[in-house]
Design a binder for this molecule. Structure first.
Ligand code: GLV
Length: 340
């Protein structure tokens, strides 16, 4: 194999890497379930021109300082808070991600956990499987209605809009909040933009899909939880640190809100003794928003295409700091993509 050296930080199916294999000398971490150890990633980065990384890999200033030849970091994820984009830009390194291909799959999962929490599916499953189902009873496992209620979406990007589209099928009122109005998404879904405070106090379901940035860290803490209805459910399918988990565990224990449906955590994997996991009405899954076979293949393929394009001096399908390419004459400037 010839071409510029590239490291892929997790074992991925070769079929997904075809565009990259044709453009680079690819070395791949042999593990599939566990992340590449930090020292190995740094060692590989030291001589590579490109890295294909997952959200479990931290690409920070220290790694970049040890990687003088690096020209592109391609993330197999839409979120890229694990990458110090500013430091990459300063070094002329392109950062790519995989928006679009995971939108609908992630919106599906958002609805799956929202409904599982609202209708107490996990408790129901356990009651049946453990032989504890005594009788039909009037309020046995009675949960919250979804249809006709109000959903508040924090971050009406691609995934948020796909969530809103599904909410229409449930006859829901749809609120959203975010830094800018989204007239197209409003026209498509009937969503109405309101301040965060109003969204929190009006919504039966508060769905977090904002990107994780310094200004969105702990966007929902004790104060915000106090504003929510006692019957409300918090759904986090964005990034764990959007929520102050200590405050959430406390609010659930006190019955301040009704439940939480969580795909993401401040620390992943979440430790089994984490207070949140032992709080009432928590439905938790291990960061599987985009985890359908077809979508994960599409994400791997797009990450490979992005990386191969930069190596070939072409415009990658999705670059989060396109000015780097424009400045170096590699590729054309593209629009700044949205996170989600
Ligand atoms: C998953 O969380 C992603 O950002 O793609």
């Amino acid at each position: 194999m010839g071409g510029p050296p590239v490291f892929v930080s997790r074992r991925l199916p070769e079929a997904a890497l075809v565009p990259l294999l044709a453009a680079a000398d690819v070395r791949m971490f042999e593990g599939e379930q566990e992340p590449v150890p930090r020292d190995r990633l740094v060692r590989e980065a030291a001589h590579c021109v490109g890295l294909l990384v997952l959200l479990t890999d931290r690409v920070d200033a220290a790694l970049l300082a040890a990687a003088p030849r690096l020209r592109v970091v391609s993330c197999m994820a839409v979120g890229y808070d694990n990458v110090d984009v500013r430091a990459c830009t300063a070094r002329g390194i392109a950062v790519c991600n995989t928006p679009g291909v995971l939108t609908e799959t992630t919106a599906d999962l958002c609805w799956a956990i929202l409904m599982a929490c609202a209708r107490r599916l996990d408790e129901g499953r356990r009651v049946v499987q453990e032989g504890r189902w005594a009788s039909w009873a009037p309020f046995f496992l009675a949960g919250q209605d979804v249809w006709g209620r109000t959903v508040g979406i924090v971050g009406l990007g691609r995934i948020g809009t796909a969530v809103a589209r599904r909410a229409r099928g449930f006859g829901m009122r749809i609120l959203y909040t975010g830094p800018a109005p989204k007239p197209e998404a409003e026209a498509e879904t009937g969503a109405q933009r309101v301040p965060l405070e109003e969204l929190l106090s009006e919504s039966d379901y508060v769905v977090l899909l904002a990107p994780l940035r310094p200004d969105t860290r702990h966007l929902v803490g004790a104060r915000e939880l106090e504003r929510m209805k006692p019957t409300a459910i918090l759904v986090n399918a964005g990034r764990g640190p959007l929520v102050d988990e200590g405050a959430l565990a406390d609010a659930l224990r006190r019955g301040r809100i009704w439940g939480a449906a969580l795909d993401v955590f401040e620390q992943e994997p979440v430790p089994p003794d984490h207070p949140l996991l032992h709080s009432p009405n928590v439905f938790a899954v291990p960061h599987i928003g985009s985890a359908s076979i077809a979508t994960r293949m599409a994400m791997a393929r797009l990450a490979a295409e992005n990386l191969a394009a930069v190596l070939r001096g072409l415009q990658p399908p999705s670059c989060v700091n396109p000015d780097v390419l424009a400045a170096s004459g590699r590729g054309l400037p593209s629009q700044q993509p949205e996170h989600t």
